[in-house]
Design a protein. Structure first.
Length: 551
């Protein structure tokens, strides 16, 4: 598949990115203000422009609207061949200056029919480049180099579950506006996914492959180590790092909080639509690893042949093995992290929060309509409550009527299709994660994003992924999510200021935002984000009581 260069072209051509939100005072935002438009170029690139040092050699980026971009910097070695299934290795040092001018390769994943849905492709503006196992790359956006400042660092982890995605998958992941508005350093990463990141061969190959089931998470640890060792050269403070992820990225944030190997490498955490209490079962993932070997027709002593297999062939084999195991056993397992007792010693938040992140403040956010059933099916807008019950019976069985009634009672102003969405998008894991985290000394802050864009005949709702561009001050860049304009920009002003304040202090209370109380299990304090933001005490608690208990 050819590299998609649309994001880079947009970054050069969409002047709105540098001025996406109204200018506020430096005191209010800590903002490195963008220069006003002039007759001269907004892009600077050349042999002696934007040069930074790393532990492995110099890197060359570019300057766009006075912000420094460094893209696709290796933080680890190629993971192919003998390095497949192995913990990440340090990159080989280079002597020539590395051209960090374009996003690096994405992890091996299913790249077929990536843009098969015109609706989804338009809405999310997917950006995918070539997939290879040389995918351990980090992007850095920074206001300045070598100016003596120690800026807070954002470490962004992409979504896509544990099987797909990349660090610039959506235009809203761009770090320029966040870095400028907060005078912070913004980083995003690619790491191993799916079978190349989480194929647990320890049961087949023994100690030599003890890490194989969690190497995708160890990649993120390696990237955080790179930040610790190098980010000062980019104007960042390695002692003030916030990890943040959405969906699968939010789940990865949860996993990192339970990894002793990551302790001390980050200092705040933000989980968007990815509240995760448990990792996978190690015995089940080891069984899946044995199925992979059988599907490949290999003996336990032949793992080297599995390492030598082209990645596309290996993914086909691994995915076929996963399907076969599901058909032949009652054991559910996928290519995702598992509790191996070493690299991931315990579940992150079940039955209690792992002690490794006891002093790490956290924000937990979800959106109202994680599931938006009317987006691709306009007829769903006219569904009735009995119709909603029928749609959800396969998921909730005999409890469905009780659950739908409970949500309709708790939210009488919501239409049936919204009740459908809210039941399917329930906040049970959010509350459970917040309850577990609230037992720690460090505070946890919970928010629920309700703002709905005026797009697709208003069928889209406050959908999964929508809030990302609000946090990063990108509402006028991610137009296919927000529509652009004053309303989303006003909410983004508040949310981005809150995030930046949290990065600086561990407390998200910032000027212009409704006072945000920390969460307690007794009251369930939740900040509802909309055109008018309000603090509410666990607004869906009564509705959630109707749901089956978590196991």
């Amino acid at each position: 598949m050819k590299s998609n260069r649309r994001t880079f072209v947009q970054a050069l051509g969409v002047g709105a990115i540098g001025a996406a939100l109204p200018t506020t005072t430096r005191a209010e935002q800590g903002k490195a203000a963008a220069k006003p438009a002039a007759d001269g170029p907004v892009l600077q690139v050349g042999n002696d422009i934007a040069i930074a040092d790393t532990a492995y050699g110099k890197v060359r980026g570019y300057i766009l609207r006075d912000m420094h971009y460094f893209l696709g910097i290796p933080y680890g070695a190629d993971t192919s061949g003998a390095n497949r299934f192995m913990p990440p290795q340090k990159p080989k040092p280079w002597t020539d200056t590395f051209n960090a001018l374009f996003y690096g390769p994405v992890s091996p994943q299913n790249m077929e029919n990536r843009y098969r849905s015109p609706l989804g492709s338009f809405r999310d503006h997917w950006n995918y480049s070539d997939a290879t196992e040389d995918c351990l790359r980090i992007n850095v956006f920074t206001p300045a180099l070598k100016d003596g400042k120690k800026r807070p660092v954002m470490f962004w982890i992409h979504g896509g579950g544990y099987t797909s995605g990349n660090g610039i998958e959506q235009d809203g992941y761009n770090g320029e506006n966040c870095a400028r508005r907060g005078d912070v350093v913004f980083c995003s990463v690619n790491h191993r996914l799916g079978p190349v990141g989480f194929c647990n061969l320890a049961g087949v190959g023994g100690n030599a492959f003890a890490a194989s089931g969690n190497v995708g998470m160890l990649d993120l640890v390696a990237a955080l180590e790179w930040v610790r060792d190098n980010i000062a050269n980019f104007g960042g403070d390695p002692g003030n790092v916030t990890i943040m992820g959405q969906s699968g990225g939010g789940s990865k944030v949860c996993m990192l909080t339970a990894m002793p190997w990551a302790k001390g490498l980050f200092h705040k955490a933000v989980v968007l639509s990815g509240a995760t209490l448990k990792a996978g079962d190690n015995a089940a993932t080891e069984q899946l690893g044995s199925y992979v070997m059988k599907e490949a027709g290999l003996a336990p002593t032949d793992i080297a042949k599995l390492q030598a297999m082209p990645w596309k062939q290996f993914l086909d084999v691994a995915n076929a093995a996963s399907r076969k195991m599901g058909q032949e056993t009652n054991v559910r397992a996928g290519f995702s992290p598992s509790v191996d007792g070493v690299f991931l010693p315990q579940h992150p938040f079940s039955p209690a929060a792992a002690p490794t992140s006891a002093n790490v403040p956290m924000i937990i956010c979800s959106v109202l309509n994680e599931s938006a059933p009317a987006f691709s099916d306009a007829s769903a807008m006219s569904i009735t409550l009995p119709g909603v019950v029928e749609k959800l019976k396969s998921r909730f069985g005999d409890k469905t009527q009780e659950i739908v009634d409970a949500y309709a009672k708790a939210f009488p102003k919501r239409s049936p299709v919204e009740i459908w969405s809210m039941v399917a998008s329930h906040r049970q894991n959010v509350a459970a994660l917040a309850d577990a985290k609230a037992a720690h000394p460090a505070p946890v802050f919970v928010t629920w994003f309700h703002w709905q864009p005026p797009l697709f005949d208003r069928r889209i709702g406050a959908f999964h992924c929508l809030d990302i561009c609000f946090w990063f001050a990108n509402t006028d860049l991610m137009l296919s999510h927000t529509g652009g304009g004053a309303k989303p920009r006003a909410l983004s002003e508040k949310m981005s200021a809150s995030l930046l304040q949290f990065m600086r202090t561990g407390d998200p209370n910032a000027k212009g935002l409704t006072p945000w109380s920390k969460y307690t299990s007794a009251r369930g304090e939740t900040l509802v984000l909309d055109d008018t933001c309000t603090m509410q005490n666990d607004p869906d608690r009564e509705a959630r009581k109707s749901l089956p208990k978590l196991t």
